[in-house]
Design a protein around this ligand. Structure first.
Ligand code: MN
Length: 397
């Protein structure tokens, strides 16, 4: 791909599209937000992000970019532009570094830096962590390969998102922590480690992106968020299946100190596996036909109201990829026709992210059943959509 040099914004403002830190292009000066600029606190206590210099559609042109200082320590691999001698530049240019070509390189999530020194996680803003667990799969196993699948196909993505006017690498400081270590066949130990791992990330004021794993990952991950956050939270949960029901379902989250079922929203439920009408347990269920009949904005408003109700100070997003129709997301453990369309799901998560999220997970991506990586790709796209909406809205949490 040729280097991008500039283009019109949705409002007609003139701005330069910056070459990616991950590319081997020369890093331009004076136009990059400082990802470490934590100059305000959102309503949930998470830091605001340095505002994106790209205007979202319909908004006024942004202030001059130089008000946002240049990132001083690029987190990407040292590239040609960082070499300080001709010899070093020549050597660096011999080996692939950064984003391009997309089919080349070592794939972390979005080719973000792999953070080896875990004690430094608090210096970053978003931490991606894999949870390759499928011992809790209700039907077909396979999501243990979800983190690998999503990381690999995430190499297709460039960091700039035209529609939202956001650049993930310039607007956010993302690192990939690798996977949580999970010993096979010990679900209780796995749950404990998942909770501790996610809690460690959140306790450092960092936004966790959890790559599942089957949906049993959701409970210990949300528990980790709750433990670290220490305040009441809501959970917005996309799924074709009811996950909080009796007797077969998992109600453990309902017993957490910082959560009650009134703050649980389940979107995309329908089909033949479970009876609808779980209203008696107190959670809000939004079926696919509700989305069809009432429209996306109406159900999004209702979901946000429920998730943020009762004094909740933050919301966690759990996305089971089987909420999307298997025509678009076949690589999952329990597909059920009639799910959401990808564009519906993307629009909904954008709304939720714009209000602020404490973290997110994408679960039940099972590459062994996938076709042309489309399910993994959709999982990646959902994450990017949330992060882009966070950059565009200027805050995480
Ligand atoms: Mn499901």
């Amino acid at each position: 791909m040729p280097p991008l040099t500039g283009g019109p914004s949705p409002m007609g403002c003139s701005y330069a599209i910056r070459s990616s830190l991950r590319s081997n292009h020369i890093f331009p000066t004076g136009t990059v937000c400082n990802p470490g600029a934590r100059h305000a606190v959102s309503r949930s206590g998470f830091p605001h992000l340095c505002p994106s210099p790209y205007p979202p559609p319909g908004s006024p042109c942004p202030p001059p970019a130089q008000e946002c200082p240049m990132r001083s320590d690029p987190p990407g691999e040292p590239g040609v532009e960082l070499a300080d001698s001709d010899d070093q530049r020549e050597l660096a240019a011999l080996f692939q570094r950064g984003e391009n070509p997309h089919f080349s390189g070592i794939n972390t999530f979005l080719k973000a830096p792999h953070l080896q020194e875990l004690s430094q996680v608090g210096e970053h803003q978003v931490a991606v962590v894999g949870v390759p667990l499928d011992a809790g799969a209700a039907h077909r196993p396979g999501p243990r390969f979800g983190p690998q699948g999503m990381r690999r196909i995430s190499a297709l993505h460039a960091s700039h998102y035209c529609e939202r006017g956001a650049d993930l690498l310039d607007g956010l400081d993302i690192v990939d922590l690798g996977d949580i270590f999970l010993a096979p066949a010990d679900l209780d130990a796995a749950f404990d480690r998942i909770t501790r791992g996610v809690a460690y990330i959140v306790s450092h004021g960092v936004f966790p992106v959890v790559l599942g794993g089957d949906h049993s990952v959701g409970y210990p991950a949300a528990r980790g968020v709750m433990e670290a956050f220490g305040g009441k939270i809501g959970v917005i949960h996309f799924d074709r299946h009811l996950e909080a029901r009796e007797p077969a379902g998992d109600r453990r989250a309902a017993h957490e100190t910082h959560f009650d079922l009134g703050n649980l929203v389940q979107i995309g439920v329908s089909g033949w596996q479970a009876a609808r009408a779980p209203a008696r347990d107190g959670s809000l269920v939004i079926a696919v036909e509700d989305v069809e009949e009432r429209g996306l904005d109406s159900v999004a408003d209702q979901a946000l109201e429920a998730a943020w109700s009762g004094g909740a100070r933050g919301v966690y997003l759990s996305f089971d990829i089987d909420a999307v129709d298997p025509g678009f997301a076949p690589g999952t453990g329990w597909p059920d026709p009639g799910g959401l369309y990808p564009r519906e799901a993307l629009r909904l998560v954008r709304r939720f992210a714009a209000e602020g999220l404490l973290g997110m997970e994408v679960v039940e991506v099972a590459p062994p059943y996938d076709s042309s990586d489309v399910t993994s790709l959709l999982g990646v796209r959902l994450i990017c959509e949330v992060l882009a909406a966070s950059v565009a809205s200027g805050h995480l949490g």
